[in-house]
Design a protein around this ligand. Structure first.
Ligand SMILES: *Cc1c(COP(=O)(O)O)cnc(C)c1O
Length: 382
């Protein structure tokens, strides 16, 4: 990371993280598993309120092994949200299954339960059973799991939750990462907390966790020589990274608070700006507010999100459109789904702003004043 550049979401690490990583180094538990991995797994599981956690090399690995453990394979159909990062759809493709994309509730960006029902009905009528549903908690707001799980149960389809962005968020009093058969979380460098790179599979099901652990450790049989009856993966998290994660977990609530304070400042800033709303603020007291985005109605505002983005870039401040929907990605051209345009509108009108918990007071003030200067200039233009 270049020092001066203000990123949307940069790692927030300091002395506590240094202490934990140094202690792990000095303990001699370098390669690759060790006591910090075990502790990190149980600490994250406890935080989320599930029985088991399996620490892995990435959130993508957690999705991949979660799908394999559900028995997903060649020719299966897996329904997911079109508004997501490519990793969700890629993990489905790794198994040989076909991703089937569902459009979103425009107020949250999360899978629209009505469209999910429509897809399940349509596919059932066509004699094409669905093997799993993978909802995605967008930008730190949990999916409406009450509705999604009810529909999935009605059609007898298992749910694997992509909670990569939502550690620390809640739905109906329960933590994100605790819904469905299992959940995948991510500790990538830009997420709400980081191990520099990593992920975890969370579940209440001991056999499920055991199978993920087995596949992630090269599918070795428990004998003295190397014996394999399945194709395995090298997907475990290293002990040093787990130590970093343990320190981050202790600071998770503090980091959420920092992000929420910044979002509140954005809410104030845009409160009386025509044509601009802060995205997903309804019910956001349950969110981890990982990223804050705005939606810009260019006609009403008199400016486009890309114009603001270009102006911020001149000051070395990063901003980006929301996830480009999967059904619009060249790599998934020709994919099937139930699409109504909601995600495409979010992609066209949305802009994600710097949301890091690691920003200094000075950096925050600079971002806010650049944006408010821009907005005021536009408002006073004839
Ligand atoms: C980050 C992310 C992933 C992938 O996590 P990695 O740890 O980077 O592999 C998957 N799904 C979503 C929605 C994400 O945002």
């Amino acid at each position: 990371m270049s020092k001066g550049r203000i990123l949307m979401s940069s790692p927030d690490v300091g002395e506590l993280e240094e202490q934990y990583v140094m202690a792990a180094m000095r303990s001699g538990w370098i390669a690759p598993l060790g006591p910090d991995v075990d502790a990190f797994e149980s600490e994250v599981a406890a935080r989320v309120g599930v029985e088991h956690g399996v620490a892995l090399s990435s959130g993508t690995a957690a999705l991949h092994l979660g799908l394999l453990t559900l028995g997903i394979g060649d020719g299966d159909i897996v329904i997911t949200s079109t508004m997501t990062f490519a990793a969700t759809a890629n993990a489905i493709v790794y198994t040989g299954a076909e991703p089937f994309f569902i459009d979103v509730d425009p107020s949250t960006g999360n899978m629209d339960p009505n469209l999910l029902r429509e897809a399940l009905n349509r596919l059932r009528a066509a004699g094409e059973p669905v093997a799993a549903v993978v909802p995605v908690d967008l930008l730190g707001k949990a999916v409406d799991y009450t509705a999604i799980l009810e529909i999935a149960a009605e059609f007898d389809v298992p749910v694997l939750a992509d909670a990569a962005e939502s550690l620390g968020a809640r739905h109906a009093g329960k933590a994100a990462g605790s819904f469905g058969r299992a959940s995948a979380v991510s500790f990538n460098g830009n997420k709400i907390m980081t191990t520099s790179g990593g992920g975890m599979l969370l579940t209440d099901d001991a056999d499920f966790a055991q199978h993920v652990r087995y596949l992630a450790s090269q599918a070795r049989q428990p004998v003295i020589h190397y014996e394999h009856v399945d194709v395995g993966y090298n997907y475990r998290m290293s002990n040093l990274l787990a130590a970093l994660g343990r320190a981050q977990l202790l600071r998770l609530d503090q980091m959420i608070t920092m992000r929420r304070e910044l979002r509140d400042r954005y809410k104030q800033l845009f409160a009386d700006v025509d044509g601009v709303e802060v995205f997903g603020v309804r019910g956001d007291e349950d969110d981890n507010v990982w990223l804050t985005s705005i939606l810009v109605d260019a006609d009403a505002a008199g400016w486009t999100p890309s114009l603001l983005s270009a102006v911020l870039a001149e000051y070395d401040i990063e901003s980006r459109p929301l996830w480009k929907p999967m059904h619009l990605q060249p790599v998934f051209a020709g994919s099937r789904g139930v699409i109504n345009g909601a995600s495409e509108r979010l992609f066209n009108t949305g802009l994600t702003l710097p949301s890091s918990s690691a920003l200094s007071d000075e950096q925050r003030a600079s971002v806010l004043s650049r944006i408010s200067d821009f907005v005021r200039e536009k408002q006073s233009a004839p």
